[in-house]
Ligand binder design. Structure first.
Ligand code: GLN
Length: 207
């Protein structure tokens, strides 16, 4: 921990489960900021892109004129974490989406939307998460995507442990950008957010 630095972390607040992420970030000792404007985006040390509906968030990025500013901040190395719809938006390529959906190209990966299919549309499982050694993470999947291709520079952090989708990649990191198919903000387990705050954002906060 850097003494005296409280990282300001934005939550993209166009649509989706914004409030849950704001609470989780505050509980991790960060200052959460709802981001709807370019000036708010410019003021944060890192950004969470929440779960919700990726095609809706994509459209709203246009309407709120945030698409290019957000792409630019990611190119400049802003730390980011995307959960579910946020993972989809951070991908470089998305399958099973609308042709006009924007991608932010934060992680070199191909993601398939709503990948788990109708039978297991929403489910929960415990999984091992690289870097979190104190027990498995409870992972809640809600019409979740999976990672179908991860580029050479992408670190796989978690896979589905068992069942029909065993081995599927559901958490990744490339440089300062991290993404999970699932929703740690709904379980009360702060470890994934803490990993983002402490490992990805705090070392760069205020830089
Ligand atoms: N299925 C949603 C999408 O395509 C993601 C679901 C979620 O974020 N919980 O954007």
């Amino acid at each position: 921990m850097l003494d005296g630095v409280t990282p300001r972390i934005g939550v993209l607040a166009l649509q989706g489960d914004v409030r849950e992420h704001m609470h989780a970030l505050a509980a991790c000792g960060a200052e959460p900021v709802a981001v709807r404007r370019e000036s708010e985006l410019a003021s944060v040390d890192g950004l969470v892109i929440p779960g919700g509906e990726s095609t809706a968030i994509s459209k709203l990025l246009d309407i709120f004129e945030l698409l290019e500013p957000l792409r630019q901040r990611l190119r400049d190395g802003m730390p980011a974490y995307g959960s579910c719809a946020g993972m989809i938006l951070l991908a470089s390529e998305v399958l099973d989406t609308r042709p006009d959906m924007h991608t932010l190209n934060g992680i070199d990966m191909t993601v398939r939307r709503n990948a788990f299919g109708r039978q297991v549309d929403s489910f929960e499982t415990d999984l091992e998460f690289a870097g979190l050694d104190d027990g498995p993470v409870r992972a809640v999947f809600i019409r979740a995507p999976w990672v179908e291709r991860a580029g050479a520079d992408v670190e796989v952090l978690a896979r589905v442990p068992s069942g029909p989708a065993a081995g599927t990649v559901v958490a990744v990191r490339q440089g300062n950008v991290m993404a999970t198919s699932f929703h740690p903000e709904v379980t009360g387990d702060l470890r994934v957010h803490r990993l983002f705050v402490e490992t990805l954002v705090r070392p760069r906060a205020g830089v």
